[in-house]
Design a protein around this ligand. Sequence first.
Ligand code: EPU
Length: 420
Amino acid sequence: MQAMRISGGRPLSGHIKISGAKNAALPALAASLLAREPVLLRRMPNVVDIRTMANLLASIGAGVEARPDSYLIQAAGDLDPVAPYELVKTMRASSLVLGPLAARCGRARVSLPGGCAIGSRPIDMHLDGLKTLGATVRQDHGYIEAVAPSGGLIGGRIQFRRPTVTGTEDLLMAATLANGESVLENAACEPEVVDLADLLTKMGARIDGAGTPTIRVDGVDELTGAEHAIIPDRIETGTYLIAGALAGGELSLEGTCRQHLEPVIAKMRQAGCLIESPDDSTLVLRQTPQLLSVDVTTREHPGFPTDMQAQFMALMTQAEGTSNVVETVFENRFMHVLELQRMGADITIGGNTAVVRGKAALTGTDVMASDLRASASLVLAALAANGTTTVHRIYHLQRGYDRLAEKLTGVGASIEFIDE
Ligand code: EPU
């Protein structure tokens, strides 16, 4: 296992190129199972979760060709519609193949994902949606099996209890090949859902309303091949904005999408960060004169993203005043708090609110990463800390950040990998 040793207190300056969004690339790979013709996905991030999903597609029987920054998927032949425990246990997003397999093969057998560091994270809404599309769903031996009627899935009206990102994506994919019209209500509006709809539309799907709470899908008999570039990673971008604000200095983030970052930019500006946008794909962070405390509550898009909560909390440890950080999307997403406290942060948790009192003097120590975004917050805190921080279990970071250490050292951070 590897750890990351970070020496804090160095200002960052220079350019960082933003990679494709992991959470858009994952459903795009799953969507390629819907067509017999090749699907070429460009701007794919170089992260472990993408390789896991590619391995899953290969085990299902798709041809997978990994090229630098792109993947060519060809699901031409017969598929074995099974997602085994060994793969699902390492990545919950494997459940994204449920919908495409049920639609394309008439059957999907996917291991139940089990527990997770950020909450119980059930997939009941994925399953209820498939039932609405006519599938029979049963569970045995830890697996979920969804079987479509003999003539295929049937269009239906799916009402989500609350917006779910991968649930919306899963059922959007299933609905593209269902017979007749489907309506997804209270659907997730995240940019990653819109990107998936864009890809599916290029493949011949008929979709209206992606990015709004009501998505209409007119089922077609088959989908074709397509070529698609994944949207930039808004969470990676936000993480580097906070890195710059914490470490000091000036950063230019290139190849991003300003519009997707609006909720994060708005909060950072309130906190005193100077962020400019010379064009829609570039964000420039100027030297922050003084960080001020602001409250933040995570919400579904276009609210403040839960995937930026841990990083924003690291920022608030260095702001003057008291900040309330409220997590409403996941039930247990404060695993980074104990580790930040070990670095000297003054944070107390009551229910789903963390009260952060700044400005705390952070000092380097050994900390343990627990999930992807928690790990990122520890790296960010380490950049602002006095001395050296060793972040253990960094495999979490490698699941979702494309060459994070390389990108940060490229702008002046001091980071080295150590084997342990
Ligand atoms: N939920 C249910 N039942 C379901 C599905 C979801 O109760 O069937 C609940 C969840 O437990 C949670 C809420 O609904 O409380 C919203 O969860 P959602 O389904 O939207 O999350 P997800 O689709 O599993 C994706 C991202 C997460 C991100 C969330 C929220 C991917 C692969 N994952 O997860 O990303 O935090 O949406 O935006 O797209 C990450 O990248 O670090 C990450 C965790």
